[in-house]
Design a protein around this ligand. Sequence first.
Ligand code: PLP
Length: 462
Amino acid sequence: MCRPPAVDAVLRSAAGKEAIARFGRPSVVAAVRAALSELRASGVPHSDAAAIGAIVIERLAASARPSLRPVFNLTGTVLHTNLGRAPLGQAAMAAASEAMRGPVTLEYDLGTGSRGERDEHLSHLLCALTGAADATAVNNNAAALLLALNSLAVGREVVVSRGELIEIGGSFRLPEIMMRAGVRLIEVGTTNRTHPADYAAAIGPMTALVLKVHPSNYRIAGFTAAVPASALAALAHERGVPLLHDLGSGVLVDLRRFKLPSEPTVAEAIRDGADLVTFSGDKLLGGPQAGLIVGQRDLIAEINRNPLKRALRIDKIRIAALAATLALYRDPDRLALDLPTIRLLARSESDIRAVAERLRPLLQAALGLDFAVETVSCRSEIGSGALPVETIPSAALAIASLSHADAGRALVGLAEALRKLPVPVLGRTAGQRLLLDLRCLEDEAAFAANLAGLGEDAGQGP
Ligand SMILES: *Cc1c(COP(=O)(O)O)cnc(C)c1O
């Protein structure tokens, strides 16, 4: 009867030696033992040492692969929250990498040789770009809102329109954040209409803040009324209460410059009289995850005195990336080149269509005769709740199954095969087709090389 080889024989084989060099002896020994005992249990006849060594290498390589991996985002959603939102530009990556390497002047003032402030690396840039007097940065915009509310209104009332009590997704619901911040929510108006008199009647001696929230991820249409930021600021100030404006997306330039739908900028919100404005670093701003708070000096000082600030602050790596990203805004003409978020959003349909035309024959060849690939027009979304209604014209490779038996299943199988590629390719389904929106594809050569991994079983259902 054939017996499986001994552990030692596998370790001494060429494959075994390669495995030890790559993954270390302890993991390889454990993997060889596991493979051999499976072999015994299954009763499969003899496998030689080299074959088992190869299986072990394959398994260890698979388990060593990180779960956080690069993908091709061809979903058509540019700022995809589940895919990490904004891709960083070269300058930001270089700065982050430099900051990671070793000691930096995070909280050190080289002029005086004494302790410095980590916020200073960002605040002068943020003030210059927004017209605000001071600025601070925390982990994300949810944290910015939580911190601002807790610092300025704990135990007191915050007045908000019912039309702005939003859920951003995940577990970010404004009423819950307010409760956790320790403030009392005073709702005014109705879902579709809120008037100045509603706010005026609600502001009283217990009111600490008036909050305005940009309804970033939805639109109420039809018979609606909201109080414009400038009128609301005037009203709040008349009653001696500051206005906090949560903008969501941190737009720092007029997007119409790039032929994109316009979205209120942070500078506009400050100009309209908001005392504090909060926004994200990794939405339309195009930087790393962060929450920025800009506004009045005394209010920012109050926020910085809150012990929660220490729990929510950002690290040197993100400060470096954010500062480098903000620096790009000093020359808005270059944003469409140097800031990936703007570059991708500003890409014209004809440019994207040209990419599709170049890649279509390659994809068709890789998929074989079971699928038909054509170039179609489609619409991309900005994503992350920014400009939810406006989509931008784009182009996609649309893949249809030619299988008469079960086209739907074949398409599901193909989507799975694309997710199993060395660099997973993520598209979206639209009716009976799989769409690969090419707006966010810049490295065509890498995409083409990756297709080689499709092999022969592409499109076979599970
Ligand atoms: C996205 C968003 C938030 C949350 O920002 P994160 O950076 O994701 O924490 C808060 N408020 C508004 C209006 C938003 O659009």
